[in-house]
Design a protein around this ligand. Sequence first.
Ligand code: PFF
Length: 457
Amino acid sequence: MALATSDRGSWSSRTGFILAAAGSAVGLGNIWRFPYTAGENGGGAWVLIYLVFVLLIGIPVLLAELSIGRKTKLNPVGSFEALTKSKFWPWVGGLGVLTGFGILAFYAVVAGWTLAYVYEAVTGAFAGSISAEQSSAIFSNIISNPGLAILLTGLFLLLTILVVRGGVSKGIEKTTKVLMPLLVIILVILAFRSVTLPGGMAGLSYLFAPDFSKLTGTGIMTALGQALFSLSLGMGAMITYGSYFPDDANLPASGVQVAFFDTAIAVLAGIIIFPALFSAGVAPDGGAGLVFVVLPTIFGSLPAGNLFAIAFYALLAIAALTSTISLLEVCVSYFVDNRGWSREKAAWILGAVCFGLAIPSALANGASPFFSDFLGSGFDFLTIQNNLWGNFSLTIGAILICVFVGWIWGVDKALGSIESSGHSMAGKALFRILIRFVCPAAILAVLIFIVITGNFF
Ligand code: PFF
């Protein structure tokens, strides 16, 4: 039986929700994962498919998750328990909680790297002009040092715990309110600098001119995974955030605004990375280190470049923090609602367990040969976790959420919850078709294709 305890909270306003949800959505997914995955998958055609997935699958699933959370005011497991008698659906919520944990256990590693970059920037490492080789050496020194990589991961998880234990509205809203606009300003300035670099235009055409011959089955899968990951969908984060949504606020408008904002930030990150990358002569398929290696090459060519570097990495770390908060929050809200734990206890225990699980990923980029080429698979442990939780698990979660809302709970009830504040939603008939037919069929087609071709990564 689900228990709602006084340790739950609520956003103080609709703006509070938008900020918090945008804080969850905007993070390393936009600035680190989007550019390097686009680069690995040939650019423009992949970006186009990603955008189509955001519109056709991301927005309907986002509204579906928010509608569940708003209705039940509970975490993902408690929500399914409250809406059905079936024993199966709460397990889907459980998968979401587990996925949140799985994502946090690799996300915190990359987030830890951003802390090292803040330190590098503060100590002047990006002050002068820097070549791609020098930048790459700085990156490998950080990620291949086992003690440092583990320490940075632990530090980031500690920051996450400290905010989550303070509760949703106090901790999360305040952090996002000031820093999100600052991040946008810095990104716009960097984008202007990058597109005006010599050779920058080639980067833009790589990002936007679709060449469908470069698109593979795995690419389509990762585009779907990226659309879900970037919007924090498929694991109940938006069920949890919807559960704190004020009763009188306009949910459809807020949801759509968050989706557009998140996608705009990813595209902006692409507009920064690809021109700089072509200008510095770096290969676009460099993998997880791409952003960390490319960006330092542009700071040196900006006036007061080192200050930019400090501000950028600090803001990136904070954007990552507002995302790790939502990942931990999903797990914490389950233990608070359903298990009667205090918020404090849940945050510390879950954060500590996650730290243990994150260590193999922290060692996966050169620090340990075993985790850097896991079981001789040719993939490092972090990449495997990224694909497993960040693509597959979210995809499976998303299809189940569509089936639940479209066929079990019912679209009318979901719409009732979406419109419960009296704000009506445009395109209800379209939403019905998308959530019942188009989204599940499209997601299933991608999954079947992957299983048949065996190209899992
Ligand atoms: N959306 C976040 C990002 O793009 O960085 C990552 C994320 C957060 C995924 C929360 C899933 C989630 F529930």
